[in-house]
Design a protein around this ligand. Sequence first.
Ligand code: ADP
Length: 389
Amino acid sequence: MKIMVLNLGSTSFKYKLFEMDQGEKELSSGGVENIGNAVSAYRIRSPRDIRGEAPCPKHEDAFALCLKLMIEEKVLSSMEELSAIGYKAVHGGSLSGAHVVDDEVLTQMDAHVSFAPAHNPMYLRMMRSMRSLYPTLPQVACFETAFHANQPEYRAVYGVPYEWKEKYGVRRYGFHGSSHSYIAWKMGQDAPHCRRIVNCHLGGSSSLCAIQDGKSVAASMGATPQSGLFHNNRVGDFDVFCLPVLVEKLGGLEPVMKALSSQSGFLGLSGVSNDMRDVMNAADEGNQQAQLALDAFADNIVGYIGMYTAYMGGLDAVVFTGGIGTNSAAFRKIVCDKLSFVNAKVDPALNVRGHEGKVSSADSGVEVWALETNEELMVARGTKQCLGL
Ligand code: ADP
């Protein structure tokens, strides 16, 4: 049984193809970047590594290109061989978990476009297009909010009029659920003695999750994936009472929202780049704004870890994942050096780029891990389960 998982960003398309019958084998993965530009870069591994450039005006074109390459590479004979498509869908409001993509799912996702403007529209377009192209192919939306759905109500509410929760869906949902649930599962396999974990998913988007006994008990993102820690170019948590001031100064809500969702975060604060690598290099060269962005990000992470340690009544492990968390040994050390309250220590020999597993020293007060996430695998599992395959 072959399941293809789709992961869509505003200008990126990523996929993984799994054989889910005999174990869980990844047959192919890849994607397309810079969708909408004159040419887009693609890369697929199946397992041969193929790279190139092609015009891909829309996500649907990126899908068609990857499908063609997979068929040429003989990992898939045709679309008929697919049992299902699973989506790492973002916001469905009160719809959580895995759902067959039907009119109700599309309506709910449509209703939450304003909550996830960088994500929901692409998914909606792709789902509608796939439904019309392949009407008999089951499609499943696995929502990023699912892993956090059972947090206690007192942790999910904002201090706003209570009826806003029911009427407008204004509450904390938490996101990155596929990644956090993968780490919860993986740590359950590799380090079952670690019962209280803070997982730091740090990448283009970043979020932290407190995982107790395999379950999410707190998450840093709230009603929207723009919140919590700041991101590559999005604001993170912000005082809403600045809005009237900014609306007046910038001449309307639209430019303010645009700045908060695309010119903020690392990019806005550092003034250098939305890429952590550039910010770290600039800080090394003495750029003070870049250093400030780095310090603020690390400080924010440490604050969440402290809060989550209090929520869980202790801490057994900190896990780093996502593009920054997995690849930057330097940033893991920066954070761990600030976790003196739990005496976290990374082992210099283990804490190197590319190492997968435990990176803490024997005398560390908590375990520190670096793990590559596998969000798509969790979506494939959710899809299989949802369809009863
Ligand atoms: P997304 O949230 O879009 O899925 P990723 O988790 O793939 O993003 O993370 C991408 C980000 O990871 C890049 O923007 C870059 O800032 C960061 N990154 C990748 N490699 C490194 C590295 N070696 N050091 C620091 N940051 C890195």
